[in-house]
Design a protein. Structure first.
Length: 399
């Protein structure tokens, strides 16, 4: 495993070799991988550089923006509150956030809100990143907005709005921001390098994020609404296009400048601005794969973990126009055969929950096998150039 540091069980040495090869070739600038089995780490590796100039080596506590993999930690926070009886997943959101009961959302349930079925996949367009940065105003706008479909009847990834919605729910229940709950109740007890909203003095530990080759910052507008009345996905295409127009994730910008800016690093978006490394994210997700316990700290009960796998939606997700299974707070792996979903390399499993971040970061908990797999890197990838599936297959081949 020349070129990488950390620990790796000899049984997984091939995985370490692949990581070293990708760093040596330049396909990875810097990256980290973590795998635990039944709560015990078997891979805890890192290597490469903070930047393409090799001005700083990727170290044990280097961190990087993992984009939407942040959502897996935010969902854990809500599940912990449910586990404690502070939130009823089957109660109306308005029980905790009265202003949410506007424009037809009186009966929208908590499980809808954080399982991408509540009908607020974005803000009614037009909408900008600057508006999203005014979190209080942007969140109030979501509370007042009419849902784009009856809550609970359709699944469509809430790429940009999820963090505002979930963060406000946590604040209403605890009286504190989501970032504090994560720091005090999750990252701190687990000694996990995970931060939602960085302090300026932490910037030296942050690896520079590089956009995927060919990403010029142009908005991902999605497929245009179909003109044919015979198109079976006409509704989904319309929602997809509208979502991107109303999402800060769909705005034209320079991704290299934005995602490495002090403003972005300081921002507390519960769906996209988490900074961590594979070990930090892995220690957190191990609580799901290991019966609720990580590093001797119990975060969830087995009964609450079971709630994750209560399917909330199965079908074509309107954001991706791909098949997906939404569980409670997480996407669920296919049950019988691989699918052309968001992560087409995922192997079938009855009890695997996951999500990922733009560019390839992974956050996977396989409850059936007691396996956690997390990956964080600073060179974003896309399409056939993605490396996350390469690592995933190598790890599962070694199990």
């Amino acid at each position: 495993m020349t070129g990488v540091q950390g620990q790796c069980d000899p049984h997984f040495e091939r995985v370490a070799d692949i990581l070293a090869e990708q760093i040596a070739s330049g396909a990875e600038v810097g990256a980290s991988l973590y795998v635990s089995v039944e709560g015990e780490p078997v891979i805890d590796l890192w290597g490469g550089w903070h930047d393409r100039d090799h001005s700083a080596a990727w170290g044990e506590h280097s961190i990087v923006n993992v984009f939407s993999a942040t959502k897996t930690v935010t969902s854990l926070a809500i599940l912990m509150l449910a586990d404690r009886g502070a939130i009823d997943l089957f109660a109306p959101v308005a029980d905790y956030w009265p202003e949410f009961a506007q424009n037809g959302k009186e009966s929208a349930l908590v499980r809808h809100l954080f399982s991408h079925t509540v009908g607020l996949p974005a803000w009614d367009p037009p909408f900008s990143l600057a508006e999203a940065m005014d979190v209080e105003t942007a969140t109030a706008r979501l509370a007042a907005q009419a849902p784009w479909w009856p809550p609970g009847t359709r699944g469509s990834y809430h790429a940009s709005s999820f963090g505002h919605l979930a963060g406000e729910l946590v604040r209403r229940v605890t009286g504190a921001p989501l970032s504090r709950f994560i720091a005090d109740e999750i990252a701190g007890p687990l000694d996990a390098d995970f931060f939602l909203g960085l302090r300026d003095e932490q910037f030296a530990d942050v690896a520079t994020v590089y956009p995927a080759p060919g990403d010029d910052g142009a908005p991902k507008t999605g497929a245009a609404p179909a003109q044919s009345a015979d198109d079976p996905l006409a509704t989904e295409r319309a929602i997809s296009a509208r979502t991107r127009l109303g999402s800060f994730s769909g705005q034209k910008r320079d991704p290299l400048a934005l995602f490495n800016s002090p403003e972005w690093r300081r921002t507390e978006f519960g769906g996209s601005t988490g900074h961590t490394n594979a070990r930090g994210l892995g220690r957190i997700m191990t609580a799901i794969s290991n019966g609720g316990v990580s590093r001797g700290v119990r975060l969830l009960s087995p009964a609450t973990i079971d709630l994750i796998f209560q399917e909330q939606f199965r079908g074509v997700d309107s954001y991706y126009l791909k098949p997906i299974r939404w569980g409670t707070g997480y996407a669920l792996a296919p049950q019988e055969s691989k699918e052309r979903g968001p992560l087409p390399f995922l192997r079938p499993s009855p009890r695997t929950c996951y999500w990922y971040g733009t560019g390839g970061s992974l956050s996977i908990a396989d409850v059936e096998r007691g396996v956690t797999l997390t990956y964080a890197m600073n060179q974003c990838q896309s399409g056939r150039h993605s490396l996350n599936g390469v690592y995933y297959d190598a790890i599962y081949d070694c199990l």
